[in-house]
Design a binder for this molecule. Structure first.
Ligand code: ADP
Ligand code: MG
Length: 410
C-alpha cells in the first residue's frame, strides 16, 4: 500500500491513512510512504538557494519545513510517543542544515549532493507516519528503504539493482511482515552499494511499491492518492473527467508514459511480471472502488479511447535529419523521422488519446486531427504504439487541446 504526499499533508489525511491501514491489518500490509506534501520541491529549493550562496535564506526555508513537520507530528502522534519523533525531526533538520552549509561554502550542487538532501523528505515522512500508526495501537515495524533498495549511481534517476533488492526484501521485509502486522518503508529513495543516498526520479514511490510488492509476493498493489483512481483526463484540467474502472497494464503504462501524472510509468513493470493487480484508490474516499489495472481485458471492437493525456514540456530537436521528440516523462521517448517544418527546440506539448488498439484505427486518427486542426498541429505520432495517438502542438494550446479531445472522445 503506497500513500503519496497528496494523502498525508494534513492531520486529517494522516488519520484517513491510519484508518485505511487499520482495516487491512489481517492482510499483513507493507506500507510505502513518500515525502509529505511539497517537501521534495521545498528541499530542492533550499539546496539551490544554498548553492547560490544564500545560506540564510536556505536555512529560513528549512526552518519553515521543520516547523511544518513538527506541527503535523503534534497533531497525529500521541503525547507519549511524540518526544522521540520530535528528536528525530530535529536530528534530520540538523543533518539537512549541515548539508546546506556545505553547499553554501562550495557554491555548487552535484546530483549526488542533491539526492542526499532530497532523501530527508522521505525520512521526515516515515518518522511521523510510523508513530502516527502506533497511536491506534498498531504494531509497526519500520525498515529504512536504503536497507532494501540498492541502486546504481545515476543520481536523480537511479535504477534498482535486482539481485540485492530481491535478497534484502526476502531477508528483511518478509520475516518482518510475518512477525508484525504492518511494515513501513519509504518510496523514491534508495542507496548505492556503498551506502550513498540515491533517488529514482520524480514520483517513483509508485514504482517502489510495485517493485516491493512483486519481490514479496503480494496479492495486490494499492496506490492510494487524492482522486478516485485513474480518470479519463487529469481532473485539474478537465473537471468533468470520470474514473476508469478497469485498465490493462498496457493501457495504464501508456497513459503514465504519455503524461497521466497520477502514476509513475515504471510502476506497471513489476506488477505485470508478477501478474499482480494494481488498485488506484482515493484515501479521502476509500469506499470508492477506484481503478483496477490488471492483465489484458477483452475490449470491444472497434478500439475505443479510454483516456486523454497531456505532456506540457515537449522539446523537438534535429538529430542528423531526424526530429527527436523528447517527451519529458520517465521513459517516455518517442522517435519520429522526417518531420517537416520543425526546427530547433520548441516549446511544445503533446496530447494523446490512449486505449487498446487506438493506434491502429484510422477513423480515430481522422477525428483527432479534425478536432485539433484549428489549434495548429505540428506533428502526429501514430503507429509507433498500437495503444495511442499523439499530436504535438504549441505549449499554450496543450490544455485547450486536452479539453477538446476529452469532449470529442469521452
Ligand atoms: P501522490 O502524492 O499520491 O503521488 P500525485 O499528485 O502524484 O499524488 O497524483 C495524483 C494527481 O494526479 C491527482 O490529484 C490528479 O490531479 C493528477 N492526475 C493527472 N492525470 C490524471 C488522471 N488521468 N487521472 C487521475 N488523476 C490524474
Ligand atoms: Mg504521485
Amino acid at each position: 500500500m503506497k500513500f503519496g504526499g497528496a494523502s498525508t499533508h494534513t492531520s486529517a489525511g494522516i488519520r484517513n491513512v491510519t484508518r485505511i491501514i487499520n482495516a487491512k491489518l489481517a492482510e499483513q500490509p507493507l506500507i510505502v510512504v513518500s515525502a509529505i506534501g511539497k517537501t521534495t520541491r521545498n528541499i530542492e529549493q533550499c539546496a539551490h538557494e544554498a548553492a547560490a550562496g544564500n545560506a540564510e535564506s536556505a536555512y529560513h526555508q528549512l526552518d519553515e519545513l521543520i516547523a511544518f513537520h513538527v506541527q503535523l507530528a503534534t497533531q497525529v502522534i500521541s503525547p507519549e510517543l511524540y518526544p522521540a519523533v520530535e528528536r528525530r525531526i530535529a536530528e534530520l533538520g540538523l543533518s539537512l542544515r549541515s548539508l546546506l552549509k556545505g553547499l553554501s561554502i562550495v557554491k555548487e550542487l552535484s546530483p549526488r549532493s542533491l539526492d542526499a538532501c532530497r532523501a530527508h523528505g522521505e525520512k521526515f515522512a516515515s518518522a511521523i507516519i510510523t508513530e502516527a500508526l502506533k497511536k491506534g495501537g498498531m504494531p509497526v515495524h519500520y525498515i529504512p528503504a536504503e536497507k532494501i533498495i540498492i541502486t546504481d549511481k545515476k543520481y536523480g534517476r537511479a535504477s534498482v539493482v535486482d539481485e540485492p533488492a530481491k535478497r534484502n526484501a526476502q531477508k528483511y521485509i518478509i520475516p518482518a511482515v510475518e512477525k508484525n502486522s504492518v511494515v513501513l518503508t519509504e518510496g523514491y529513495i534508495g542507496a548505492a552499494e556503498d551506502g550513498t543516498p540515491t533517488t529514482m526520479g520524480k514520483e517513483s514511490s509508485d514504482y517502489t511499491a510495485s517493485l516491493l510488492g512483486a519481490l514479496c509476493g503480494a496479492v495486490d498493489i494499492q496506490i492510494w492518492t487524492d482522486v478516485n483512481g485513474m480518470m479519463t483526463a487529469d481532473p485539474r484540467i478537465v473537471p468533468e473527467a470520470k474514473t476508469i474502472e478497469e485498465l490493462s497494464y498496457d493501457e495504464a503504462e501508456e497513459m503514465a508514459a504519455l503524461g497521466a501524472k497520477i502514476l509513475h510509468p515504471l510502476t506497471i513493470v513489476p506488477a505485470r511480471t508478477g501478474n499482480i493487480p494494481i488498485h488506484i484508490k482515493n484515501s479521502t474516499n476509500s469506499e470508492n472502488p477506484g481503478t483496477i489495472i490488471h492483465s489484458a481485458t477483452r475490449r470491444e471492437l472497434p478500439a475505443k479511447v479510454e483516456a486523454v493525456t497531456l505532456i506540457e514540456s515537449v522539446s523537438i530537436s534535429d538529430h542528423n535529419g531526424e526530429a527527436l521528440f523528447q517527451l519529458a516523462s520517465p521513459g517516455g521517448h518517442v522517435r519520429f523521422t522526417n518531420v517537416p517544418d520543425i526546427s530547433g527546440t520548441g516549446d511544445h506539448s503533446a496530447v494523446s488519446a490512449v486505449g487498446e488498439g487506438v493506434g491502429k484505427e484510422p477513423s480515430l486518427l481522422r477525428r483527432m486531427i479534425a478536432t485539433l486542426e484549428p489549434m495548429g498541429i505540428k506533428a502526429v505520432l501514430f503507429g509507433a504504439s498500437q495503444n495511442s495517438i499523439s499530436v504535438i502542438l504549441s505549449r499554450t494550446n496543450g490544455e485547450p487541446a486536452l479539453r477538446a479531445l476529452h469532449k470529442e472522445f469521452l
